[in-house]
Design a protein around this ligand. Structure first.
Ligand code: WT7
Length: 637
């Protein structure tokens, strides 16, 4: 089952924390904490909830498990995440501390103190109110990587509405589906976004998506690129014009929410074409992300922290926007692509802003590694203290490069395994834990993870199995928006009898109890760390007039982890030539987004199917990879 990289080879390779790390650790009691949490998980979660965040009204119960798997956390508690991320810091010495430093792709810089960020959030919260947004309404946010994106998210949360951020790399159909599913009457966007010196026409995509999903009544448009766009009278409004109106004052009350009220919807790919809108709630989510960030990255007050993900993904929600602000940290955010305009752009930023913690993905590391060591070596990277990775298994070669060339063998690599569904880190080291390249090491305190067989029995050491979580945790997604049945079906039905959460990943545990995540077991493909469902790409392909049927698989790729290979059956009389391959690629780019574009498209006369008509992607994959096809007994006759 092992995919791109052989992880077994490096199991005896262990990296112990340096004396410097050990001497300077802010949370030396981590292993003790883990042991206590193992014995009494609810006490641990209660303590974190009291310590890390403020409540308007205290919770009366830590966990309500009366209606499994619809767990409730911190019931009775009243809280708002923006109170903890911003309001409370305004009343403390942190008022003038930097919350956010931002650099644009063209080098423009902006800084926000906690006070300034708070005022901007208040202003935009008032704007949303004036647009008729109320508690419980959904707001879709579709923007580039600009400070106004977190501002829009927090303004939404402040007034008790629910944000649904759609990654700016998605295109028309993907956006339309998400707007439609969330039933958002208000969309916040930009005229365009900068990427590698070019502009992406976000507003045009919004216009087209609204055409397909007409629920939208108001669009607020941030001027970012200044390109010509179409503004529809009485529907579209410029952010800066609204902000200049008296309604957009810098004070806005924060809405006290129930701990279990929804905070946001975040769509992620699954096995069917319809995107799943996962719901995270106000209370448990914030406790979980603050606790995990604090311990795993050993956060200190003076840290300069850079999570280089996009705010449009869960990594950005949890670890760019909310958790760092709850912990009162200073974050850095960069608008553009890692290697633009030069391969050392990132390293020059790390040096210039004296970054202490850098958190990114294996695909970015591999991409930068390709440019060679000279690029990072011309920069002083001595401010770095901790390096993090997330999104897919990191191959030992990239791990070692990150560790030696970037971290100069001083910085622990914090390899965090988690998912959109889990809200925050589930399996992760801290700087004190000995590291093995390619392993996310051990479960976080209070997380009961295991690798099991189909019948639920625990696997032996180094035996591949299903990665499950046996006890609930506060950051877990509560349901799928509008489809609780699908939530139960997707995550809780494989181990229904035991009542365990199944992650969809396969993994193994070694003799030290370290977890080695292998990859997805379902029809989800990780392309450059981005999660795509085969069904999404397939339905985009068949929406083209020439394609009768399509099947997609993930094929290992050195740089991107996996790339998509598509097989298409064409409608009668259509000629499958190179021009059509290009046309289909463009079509997928237009419908779903650039990340979904297949690396290869092959035209075939038939697809292998089971007797019940399910496409056997496993066989297609074996064929592409030149492997034996295995058991084909359920194959169509
Ligand atoms: C899937 C979840 C969580 C934020 C980004 C991804 C894979 C994630 C790791 C890691 C091995 C990893 C898994 C998981 N994954 N982190 N450190 N090691 N695999 O969130 O888009 O919901 O994807 O990403 O396959 O199931 P996501």
């Amino acid at each position: 089952m092992s995919e791109v990289f052989d992880t077994t080879a490096s199991k005896s390779e262990v990296y112990y924390p340096s004396q410097e790390v050990v001497d300077n650790i802010a949370h030396p009691d981590y292993m003790e904490l883990r042991e206590n949490a193992r014995r009494r998980p609810l006490d641990f979660w209660e303590e974190q909830a009291r310590k890390l965040v403020d409540w308007y009204e205290p919770f009366t119960q830590v966990l309500d498990d009366g209606n499994r798997p619809f767990f409730k956390w911190y019931t009775g508690g009243k809280i708002n995440i923006v109170h903890n991320a911003l309001d409370r810091h305004i009343k403390s010495w942190r008022k003038n501390k930097l919350a956010l430093i931002w650099e644009a792709e063209d080098g423009e810089q902006r800084t926000y103190s906690y006070f300034k960020l708070w005022r901007e959030v208040n202003r935009f919260a008032n704007i949303l109110k004036s647009m008729g947004v109320k508690r419980g309404d959904t707001v879709t946010i579709y923007m580039g990587r600009v400070p106004e994106l977190p501002i829009a998210m927090m303004a939404t949360a402040k007034i008790g509405a629910i944000h649904s951020v759609v990654y700016g790399g998605f295109s028309e159909q993907a956006l339309a589906d998400r707007i439609e599913d969330a039933q958002s009457k208000v969309v916040v966007t930009c005229d365009g976004a900068w990427l590698r010196g070019k502009t992406v026409n976000l507003k045009d995509i919004v216009d087209e998506a609204i055409h397909r999903s007409p629920v939208v009544q108001r669009v607020i448009v941030l001027k970012r690129t200044g390109q010509d766009i179409n503004m529809v009278a009485d529907r579209d409004f410029w952010w800066h014009e609204l902000a200049a109106l008296p309604i957009a004052g810098p004070y806005c009350d924060t809405e006290p929410m129930d701990a279990e009220d929804p905070l946001f919807i975040l769509y992620t790919s699954g096995t069917t074409g319809k995107p799943k809108g996962l719901i995270h709630t106000v209370g448990g989510y914030q406790v979980f992300i603050a606790a995990t960030l604090q311990y795993a990255f050993d956060i200190k007050e003076e840290d300069r922290y850079w999570c280089a993900a996009d705010p449009g993904w869960i990594t950005g929600h949890s670890y760019i926007v909310y958790a760092p602000l709850i912990l009162g940290m200073t974050s850095f955010m960069y608008e553009g692509a890692p290697g633009y305009p030069y391969p050392d752009r990132w390293w020059s930023l790390a040096e210039k802003y004296s970054i202490n913690i850098l958190y990114t993905a294996p695909t970015a590391i591999r991409g930068l590694m390709r440019f060679g060591d000279a690029w990072p070596s011309r920069h002083d990277l001595s401010s770095l203290r901790i390096l993090g990775t997330v999104g897919e298994p990191i191959n030992p070669e990239a791990w070692r490069w990150y560790y030696t060339v970037i971290g100069k063998e001083r910085c622990p690599i914090i390899d965090t395994w988690w998912q959109t569904e889990t809200g925050g880190f589930m399996i992760t080291p801290t700087p004190l834990i000995p590291l093995k390249p390619g392993s996310a090491t051990l479960p976080f305190p209070g997380i009961d993870a295991d690798v099991v067989r189909e019948d639920g029995s625990s696997c032996e050491s180094n035996e591949d199995g299903y990665l499950v979580i046996k006890q609930p945790w506060p950051g877990m997604a509560r349901t799928i928006w509008g489809d609780p049945h699908r939530y139960v079906q997707t995550y809780w039905s494989d181990f229904e009898k035991q009542g365990w959460y199944f992650s969809g990943d396969s993994a193994r545990k070694d003799e030290d109890g370290y977890f080695w995540v292998i990859g997805r077991m379902d029809d989800v493909i990780k392309v450059s760390g981005y999660r795509l469902g085969t069904a999404e790409v397939e339905s985009a392909l068949v929406s083209h007039r020439t394609v009768a049927e399509a099947a997609c698989i993930g094929v290992p790729d050195e740089l991107r982890g996996h790339v998509i290979h598509a097989f298409c059956i064409l409608t009668a009389g259509v000629n499958g030539d190179a021009a059509l391959v290009d046309e289909l690629k463009n079509h997928v780019r237009h419908e779903v987004g650039p990340i979904a574009v297949p690396a290869a498209i092959e035209f075939v006369d038939s697809l292998p199917k089971t007797r019940s008509g399910k496409i056997m992607r496993r066989l297609l994959k074996a064929k592409v990879m030149g492997q034996p096809v295995g058991d084909t007994s359920t194959l169509e006759g």
